[in-house]
Design a protein around this ligand. Structure first.
Ligand SMILES: [Zn+2]
Length: 78
């Protein structure tokens, strides 16, 4: 059985699906018993997907997108 620390160390590999079958099964078995690691991996996956959607720093549109986000944040404030 994997320990929580091992699952957290494997975190990015789990999210990127870089694990072999044996390790994946061990992780799944652990997640079935451990709500802490389930929550940890869910947050990690959300973060990874958010990062993938963010523009790269050298994208020409990046400053315009950031400006639009800041404008929208300004609008939602009272
Ligand atoms: Zn755990």
């Amino acid at each position: 059985m994997l320990k929580c620390r091992q699952v957290s160390e494997l975190g990015s590999e789990i999210v990127d699906r870089r694990l072999g079958v044996g390790t994946r099964l061990a992780v799944l078995a652990h997640l079935g018993l451990c709500p802490h690691c389930r929550r940890y991996l869910r947050q990690l996956r959300l973060t990874a997907e958010t990062l993938k959607r963010l523009p790269l720093e050298d994208e020409p549109e990046a400053p315009a997108i950031l400006a639009a986000i800041r404008r929208r944040q300004g609008e939602t404030k009272d």
